[in-house]
Design a protein around this ligand. Structure first.
Ligand code: SF4
Length: 272
């Protein structure tokens, strides 16, 4: 697995000369593995600044345990760590939002704010790349979700990013070609610490449906995860159907006049 990850890092140009690489670390097996390998592969590189970043969504038990683990681990392996919270950046926590009457699933709000905060953290830290721990299965699920929703703008903004868009730190995925169960085995075998509990709100995630679809597809048609990703990449190379511009409210990258996070902020003001 290490050889394939190293090859993917080279292919995506993640450790280019004089890079500042932020790794988004949630405390799960994928991001902790990605961080471990990025640290090992950049150990001899004095021109690389490696930083771990975490977003605290405000989920008691689940996220607080992960924060402790990430803080301890980054300290142990000698990686600078930064954390920002939904509470400070967006004025709410997922624990406060979850019991309220609302239009969307908890994950629909959580994902949008987490991506937005991760991007602004990486941008503020001067990152040239934002590394996520997304593996083969995650990426195939995202492609399927975008197709099912007909969301070609989001498809065109999916990582890994080969083009740069002003204001959006290019995302990279060193584990892109690695199946989820292989990452799990690797993390266990190497003794990489990770949280094993699931988010208490994950039941609502529409991703669960696509996880089942991708697993079924792969079982019936081995290799289909790679084929799905290849199709997604071909689609994302096409120009986005909508224009890419800046949000009038916060300046983030968006396909309309307002970014999703600002649109949801207005919606949340009525809910919270
Ligand atoms: Fe957020 Fe949903 Fe993930 Fe929980 S499962 S951390 S609510 S996106």
């Amino acid at each position: 697995m290490e050889g394939r990850v190293r090859k993917e890092i080279r292919r995506q140009g993640i450790l280019a000369h004089n890079s500042t690489v932020c790794v988004a670390v949630s405390g799960g097996k994928d991001s902790m593995t990605a961080l471990t390998l990025m640290k090992e592969f950049s150990r001899e590189r004095r021109d690389i600044r490696l930083i771990a970043i975490t977003v605290d969504e405000g989920i008691t038990g689940y996220r607080s345990e992960a924060l402790r683990l990430v803080e301890e681990y980054t300290d142990r392996i000698g990686v600078e760590w930064h954390c920002r919270s939904f509470n400070d950046e967006a004025g709410f926590t997922m624990d406060r939002l979850a019991p309220r009457e609302r239009e969307r699933t908890t994950c629909a709000y959580c994902g949008v704010f987490r991506r937005s905060i991760m991007n602004s953290m990486a941008r503020d830290l001067g990152a040239t790349r934002l590394v996520t721990g997304l593996n083969l299965d995650d990426t195939a699920q995202s492609v399927m979700m975008n197709i099912a929703r007909g969301d070609m703008t989001r498809m065109s903004m999916m990582g890994p990013h080969e083009r740069t868009v002003d204001g959006l730190v290019p995302r990279a995925q060193p584990l892109l070609g690695i199946p989820e169960n292989e990452v799990l085995l690797y993390a266990i075998q190497r003794g990489i610490p990770f949280i094993r509990s699931s988010c208490p709100y994950s039941e609502e995630a529409s991703r669960n449906l696509f996880r089942d679809i991708v697993l079924r597809l792969e079982a019936e048609m081995p290799g289909s995860r790679y084929a799905v990703i290849k199709s997604g990449m071909a689609m994302s190379e096409a120009p986005p159907s909508g224009r890419i511009s800046r949000c009038a409210e916060c300046g983030d990258v968006t396909s309309g006049s307002e970014c999703r996070a600002c649109a949801l902020r207005t919606e949340l003001a009525k809910v919270l």
